[in-house]
Design a protein around this ligand. Sequence first.
Ligand code: ATP
Length: 298
Amino acid sequence: MIQLYIPLNFLGVIYREIKQSLTDLDKMFVLMEKEREVRDGADAKPLAQPDGTVHFEDVSFAYEPDRPILQHVSFEIPAGKTVAVVGPSGSGKSTLARLLYRFYDVQDGRITIGGEDIRTVTQASLRQAIGIVPQDTVLFNDTIEYNIAYGRPGATREQVEAAAQAARIHGFIAATPKGYATTVGERGLKLSGGEKQRVAIARTLLKNPPIVIFDEATSALDSANERAIQAELKSAAQNKTTLVIAHRLSTVVDAHEILVLESGVVVERGTHVDLLARQGRYAQMWTLQKVEAAPVVL
Ligand code: ATP
């Protein structure tokens, strides 16, 4: 009986390993599939001015031919400034981020950085220039150190720790028995949404790119955590050309410009103060969020 039990148990382990590897492979193929949407042109050159102004010029885009997602979207993020995009779910906010990172190419109009059309530059140089803090960070089944250092291959432990400190995840890591050698991801320690976002912020801080994209999580964090994450995002965005896809209006108050997107069309734009004064869609959203966030008075 014991003899039979051991091989069966062993087979179970192998089965789980293979199943897990397949899950990882699935993820990799999904990522590769996205990579394959665009290719470098034969004469693609490295991005000359990664710290230049980001410009969306009359951009239109559809994932499927007869379902337009973005229509004639134009805006500029001057170097070092922040533009925030707000709007209902499905209005195309994250699509703007995917286009800037060039997961897809625009079908009309163009996106330029420092005046250069991003379709004419190498993808490697474009992605080197951009750091993304996505809604849901994918962690590798590897150590927490590897997961943070992924932002800058070859980073030293000191640099990784400094980034983790700044993203306020160091204390959490230090409290685990294996510290930075702790395996995270599906096969290791599972992190909460807020912790994963902090890992992504640490990665971005370490990468130190001139352009940063924040795709704010839709899932609600508790309010103390949310305020802390917002403070960390703010410090990570300091002096960087930043595109914020915001679900909470408190994130956008200081933005250079706020775009209100509805069904892929910019329906309002301006600073927080401008938009409140206009008493339109943004002002409505603001009032609604304030009411939702207000404590219940008994
Ligand atoms: P949310 O606030 O919920 O994150 P969003 O404003 O960021 O939404 P997008 O993710 O940009 O919206 O999606 C815009 C529209 O494009 C949605 O209707 C979505 O279903 C569709 N869409 C997104 N990705 C794809 C895809 N890969 N293929 C086809 N349609 C897609």
